[in-house]
Design a protein around this ligand. Structure first.
Ligand code: PPS
Length: 309
């Protein structure tokens, strides 16, 4: 059965996870608490990676909690139907997740002392990751083809609508002291340094050995092997595990045709590039993507890591 998205204030949502009421509740009635921390992302940007990191910070690196409680229960999405029923079980200080764009985020946040960690990722890699995820998850539209999905992504005709609008919306907060942003690529390149920066933002002190534990227990390998974090426990009703896996691949091992270019090879070595998009985009698609990207992002006046790749 094909899934039809509905819109709430101009943004696409799936009736399998959201309703007008759940979104209205999240935006207008949900009570943010001063000691809350929100992980906010456009889908496939590294949300669950950040949940794992913050879960480990809470336990000073001890993985027992991560190894015994499903990741979505440790940090529910406060705008989803399921998430709203799970929040009651979260012990403060809460770490909650959200994919909401800036203009429909919880109003009560803006008068609170709560904090937001916004994770960004190269939108080309998001497109690829989301394409595979949409193939697996039954409550999202199943893309007919990569070509069609490619166009839908650029036009914002996907769940949560436009990546460009999401990023531009949230970047209005970039100078707010309770807002911290970091890229998936930074996490990938220097997880330890990223954990240290996150601790500084949250006012969390960790010893060297505890930092090591956080880093080791939030690695791709550790998360992929942890059934509480790798989504294999999610019901078949939601996720068709025969069509792929949530933790698709360790991007650091992807070698693409494009990487044979010496400049790119050098970048990989020195910058730890991810970039699975290179295995999927044609040259023409890449040029088209860049054109749309430049047009849509031209007013932002920010330069991201992936723009030099
Ligand atoms: S979701 O469904 O929107 O909440 O997905 P999200 O968690 O934001 O993003 C999923 C992608 O993050 C990758 N991931 C990781 N990469 C590196 N290291 C760690 N520890 C890690 N954990 C999750 C996951 O594999 C998805 O990326 P792709 O490219 O699909 O593999």
């Amino acid at each position: 059965m094909s899934v039809q998205y509905f819109t709430y204030k101009g943004v696409n949502f799936s009736p399998g996870s959201y309703s007008h009421e759940s979104l209205n509740f999240a935006e207008n009635e949900f009570q943010v608490q001063d000691d809350d921390v929100y992980i906010v992302t456009y889908p496939k940007s590294g949300t669950n990676w950040m949940i794992e990191i913050l879960s480990l910070l809470r336990t000073n690196g001890d993985p027992t909690w991560c190894n015994s409680v499903p990741i979505w229960r440790r940090s529910p999405w406060f705008e989803t139907l399921k998430g709203q029923s799970q929040i009651i079980d979260v012990t403060p200080p809460r770490v909650l997740s959200s994919h909401l764009p800036f203009h429909i985020f919880a109003k009560s946040f803006f008068t609170s002392k709560a904090k937001i960690i916004y994770v960004l990722r190269n939108p080309k890699d998001i497109l690829v990751s989301l394409f595979y995820f949409c193939k697996m998850i039954r409550i999202f539209k199943d893309p007919e083809s990569f070509e069609e999905f490619f166009e839908d992504f650029l036009q914002g005709n996907v769940l949560y609508s436009s990546w460009f609008d999401h990023v531009k919306g949230w970047m209005q907060m970039k100078t707010n002291k309770n807002f911290f942003y970091i890229t998936y690529e930074e996490l990938h390149q220097d997880l330890r340094g990223s954990v240290v920066k996150i601790c500084e933002f949250l006012g969390k002190e960790l010893h060297e050995a505890q930092t090591d534990l956080v880093v080791n227990n939030s690695s791709f390998k550790a998360m992929k092997e942890n059934k509480m974090s790798n989504y294999t426990l999610l019901s078949q009703k939601y996720l068709d595990q025969t069509k792929g896996s949530f933790m698709r691949k360790d991007q650091s091992f992807s070698i693409a045709q494009w990487d044979l270019n010496p400049w790119v090879l050098q970048s990989r070595v020195f910058q730890g590039i991810t970039g699975d998009w290179k295995n999927h985009f044609t040259v023409a698609q890449n040029e088209y993507f860049d054109k749309v990207y430049q047009e849509k992002m031209k007013d932002l006046n920010m330069k991201f890591f992936w723009e030099d790749i």
